[in-house]
Ligand binder design. Sequence first.
Ligand code: NAG
Length: 388
Amino acid sequence: MRTPYIFVLCSIALVGAQDLGVPLSWRKFSNSRPLSERITIAQNAIDAVMPQLNSGTGEFNGIGYWQSGNVWSVLANQDRLAGSTTNQAAVVANLNKVFSLHANYDPFQWWATAAVYAHRAYGDANLLSHAVATWNHVTSFVVTPAQASAGKSPQKSFTLRGNCDGVTMAGGVFWTLSYVRSLGSSIGLTTDRLSRLSAYLAETTGDSKYTSAAIQSANWIKAHNLNANRIVLDTVNANDCSRSPADWLFTYNSGKFIEGLSVLADVTGDAQWTTLMINTLQPAVKSPPWQGSDGIITEGASPNANNDGVGFKAIFIRALHEAFERNADNNDLRILIHSYIDVQYNALLDLAANGSTYSSNWHGPSQAFTTWGQLAALDVHTSAINAN
Ligand SMILES: *[C@@H]1O[C@H](CO)[C@@H](O)[C@H](O)[C@H]1NC(C)=O
């Protein structure tokens, strides 16, 4: 007599929960390579990009400034996950160099997050100070509750819509490049980055001002910047509340939000952020925008030329890996992330590899080395060290 009763309870419990099952149509969602081999594959991929380093600028030939920051992120994470110090000297020297060359010029916070990862890997306090300096700079571009009420931002000459769809715009972050300082009305693109950076700084320093900032920006994204399928949108126009085009869906926007929420959940112990993270992650790995039924990411497949989109999927995979590490108690979630990362890993190794170099088209074919193709692959290889 009890069985039907229990069955009914279980059915009710499942309503509203996310389906974290691995789609069986995904191509090769596991692998049996031993840990030492995974570490070697990842470090070899890193070694293949290092000849492109411009020692004068700390950037890499063939990719842009923001993309170069992401190369340093992987190197630091590689050492942390492999338990090595192979990349430490290069990471520390080059991050210090770039921050000395470009004080207050890290509008998108890629270098600041690289500094956070490097601080986490190596414990170098100077690296943390770079991230804090960037945070202080970017914070002046956040819409405060008072600015939202007044309909004015000191950064912008136009009238600010203090509410969109009846919800305050406080917590949104304007683009911080000087050329859009007075004109650009886009808000949002940097909000998920600031939320993520704030969450990391909250965790590292214990200072609640960072926690408050992370929560404010996370709430802004939740209210304003998710589509009906819970994919993170690009931007909102703060002058008229219009959204970026519905097909402007990029892996890294969901990724930065997933990563920030994973950290924020740990910092606050508040389960609402874990729930929101899972609700964002599930459609990001299972919905069509950037992968077909085989699960292989198609975004940023660009064999012949670099573009911003090539760098996005690396950030997405890194974010999924962070969620994997921080949710040890959620086995279904971890199996889903592990499987998704292995799909990309196996695609790179089976379809897109030429020795230790990789095409940005993860369906292949392989080709001669490109810096952007290599950049895109690095986070997959490093994440696969322990997402297995
Ligand atoms: C592999 O890379 C080498 C050197 O970059 C290049 O000459 C060769 O054409 C590539 N081969 C394939 C099959 O992509």
